[in-house]
Design a protein around this ligand. Sequence first.
Ligand SMILES: [Cu+2]
Length: 276
Amino acid sequence: MFRKVLLALVFRTRCRGRREESLSGGAFAKGTPHVVPYKPLPVLTGCEISRLVTSVVFSLSIAAHAGTITGSVRAEGKQGADAAAQGGKYDSRQFKFVERMNYAGLHDFVVYIDGLIATNAPGAAPTAQVVTKRIAQRGATFEPHVLPIVVGTTVEWPNNDDILHNVFSFSEPKAFDLGLYKSPEIGKVTFEKPGRVDVFCSIHSRMSCVVLVLQNPYFAATSDKGTYIIRNIPAGSYKLKAWHERLPSQVMDIVVPETGEVRADFVMGIKGLPKP
Ligand SMILES: [Cu+2]
């Protein structure tokens, strides 16, 4: 590893000298008319090839210390709950339109590594990357319904409808009121504190979404099939959490290998809660 870095430095120093030469020369430097000369397709010089190879080798050696977590999440209801539905009770006028939980049909799970990890712990070099995500308002629905983000992310709420919406939240990590607006105006909020932020529309009763603000970038929302994949996680031991907006979270100890993947499947439900 040390040798690779040393080699990269040597190449960089050597190449810099030649590059400056070629930049200071050229047609324009000699006061020729402002005509773009014919230039053949760029051919990589020896130095450039070496630099390219070195950087590829360098990134591969970094990636070799990072693993992948993959798996699935599903939910199941409590045993015995369906007994209440037997005997035609739900056919009565009183309960006919009562919507019941369909655990097998639940989606919008999020799987994430809990807490701060070495790459973003206090004192680690801050990442200057500014991330912006979007939740659309379309057909009086928020899309996606659940958005996991890392702390510092800005979320935009474009209004794709011809009617007004009013996006707001009174959740502790971030309370806000974007007011009434239509396209082309776009309301946005930056989330600096981790936690769950429930978002509503003040006009439409069924419009709600959740922004899940997380402490590190190692998370994934599940696909339509309930599967997820989190890549490039630095090797180590972690607490892996499965989250759903209306189920208690589940935690699993996991060891991410230096290379390759580890599998973690979750079955969520009304489990592990204290009896009063
Ligand atoms: Cu609305």
